[in-house]
Design a protein around this ligand. Structure first.
Ligand code: PMT
Length: 398
């Protein structure tokens, strides 16, 4: 997996920087070419000379040293890499990265690269568990970065807990599976829906819901990361489009259905995470409705049930629905599997804190037509997306 891959290794200032030397050695043994950028703090722990000898390339640590390419150095390195691995990744570099700060060679290169970024956090347990770091790691994942779980154990500072840099052999394995995963869905077309639909009342008002699109965008991003061709049909959302995904923006349930039916025949996997309005206003006012009287009655008519229609037309597609419930989660979800002819439903009890609409996390159950249920703990939506795709691929290829 790593043969001929160009890996740019960012080394930050932490006691675990010494382990990065072995990472270089192992990557090269696997056939990868490695170049190293060190932060200034990292050079206090390990000398650039060590990395230069291990990588057989000059090491960059300053924006202002002699350039080795005619290109601007950070841009040259940023575009050279097939992947950028940051190990150890300190709380500081993760914070800079997710806030777009670029004040040294490593942070500037990270901002400039289009290559995938893999972070291996390593820091004191309290720093790792600080809410700010937790938020930053969630954001890094949401932005499409791959974040390795740190190890647990005794730390150099004398404490015990989570925050150790994983062993070099584990880091290299993670990188191998990262590249393997990138190819695991090549040739597969995935269509995902996300966010809530909006049904107009008049030119300025609409009926909508609280879906942010985070769940669907995470699924689309993960499928693209695995090499799938991904089309994301999205209701209005404030999220950046996931890299490598074709986004079709829609507003109403009818527009979502029209867009979906155009994609459906060529799709291998369809995942409907969108929250679609079941009803729309019968007669949309052409002008802003003026306030008059103590009440206003709107007549609503049924929208198309997109998923049900897909279930009717299903041929080779693996069809996955979501169920957002506030009561009788399993029974309600099971009846949707049957009514909509689904291969699987992802049920979330949206009355639980940390589950469903607008959270960065979700708590879901995968339910199958044969009644089998897999329950997941509270996970980031990116982790849910990973587990969902693992599960779909395992079942689809049976
Ligand atoms: O976007 P986030 O803020 O991250 O929130 C994620 C989520 C809560 C929206 C997501 O996890 C979720 O549960 N999505 C489905 C919400 C929903 O509308 O559930 P439902 O039980 O009403 O619909 C069941 C399924 O039928 C869904 O797959 C829905 O897309 C589909 N449907 C519903 C109505 C309709 N007219 N057409 C449909 O296709």
């Amino acid at each position: 997996m790593l043969a001929h891959k160009k890996i740019l290794l960012g080394v930050c200032g932490g006691i675990a920087a010494y382990k990065a030397v072995e990472v270089v050695s192992r990557l090269r043994k696997c056939g990868a070419e490695v170049k190293v950028i060190m932060t200034e703090a990292a050079t206090k722990f390990v000398t650039p000379l060590t990395f230069r000898e291990m990588s057989a390339h000059p090491v960059t640590s300053s924006m202002w040293s002699e350039v080795t390419h005619h290109n601007v150095e950070h841009i040259a390195l940023a575009s050279w890499a097939d992947a950028v691995l940051v190990a150890p990744a300190t709380a500081n570099i993760i914070a800079k990265l997710v806030h777009g700060l670029a004040d040294d060679m490593l942070s500037t290169t990270l901002l400039a690269t289009a290559a995938p970024i893999i972070l291996c956090p390593a820091m004191n347990t309290n720093m790792y568990e600080n809410n700010v770091t937790t938020e930053n790691i969630i954001k890094a994942r949401r932005l499409g970065m791959h974040v390795m779980e740190p190890g647990c154990g005794g730390m150099a500072c004398g404490t015990t807990g989570k925050g150790r840099l994983p062993e070099p052999v584990e880091i290299v394995k993670e990188l191998e599976s990262f590249f393997a995963a990138k190819q695991s869905m090549q040739g597969v077309k995935v269509v995902v829906t996300a966010a809530g639909t909006r049904e107009a009342i008049d030119p300025v008002r609409y009926i909508g819901n609280r879906s942010s699109g985070k769940m669907g965008y995470a699924i689309a991003g993960e499928a693209a990361d695995r090499g799938a061709k991904v089309v994301l049909i999205s209701g209005p959302a404030l999220l950046p489009p996931p890299p490598g995904v074709d986004v079709i923006n829609v507003e109403t349930a009818q527009e979502m259905q029209d867009a979906m039916l155009l994609q459906y025949d060529g799709a291998d996997i369809v995942i409907k995470a969108a929250a679609v309005a079941d009803y729309r206003v019968k007669a949309v006012a052409s002008q802003k409705i003026k306030k008059s009287g103590d009440s206003l009655i709107l007549e609503l008519v049924k929208n198309p049930d997109i998923l049900k229609e897909l279930g009717k037309r299903k041929k080779h597609q693996y069809l996955v629905g979501f169920a957002a419930e506030t009561n009788d989660l399993i029974d309600n979800a099971k009846s949707k599997i049957t009514a909509k002819n689904l291969d699987m439903i992802v049920a979330n009890d949206v009355s639980l804190p940390g589950a469903g609409f607008n959270y960065d996390t979700n708590i879901v159950k995968f339910i199958y037509p044969d009644g089998q249920i897999t329950s997941l703990d509270k996970l980031s939506k990116q982790e849910v997306a990973k587990k969902l795709l693992d599960e779909i691929l395992a079942r689809k290829n049976k």
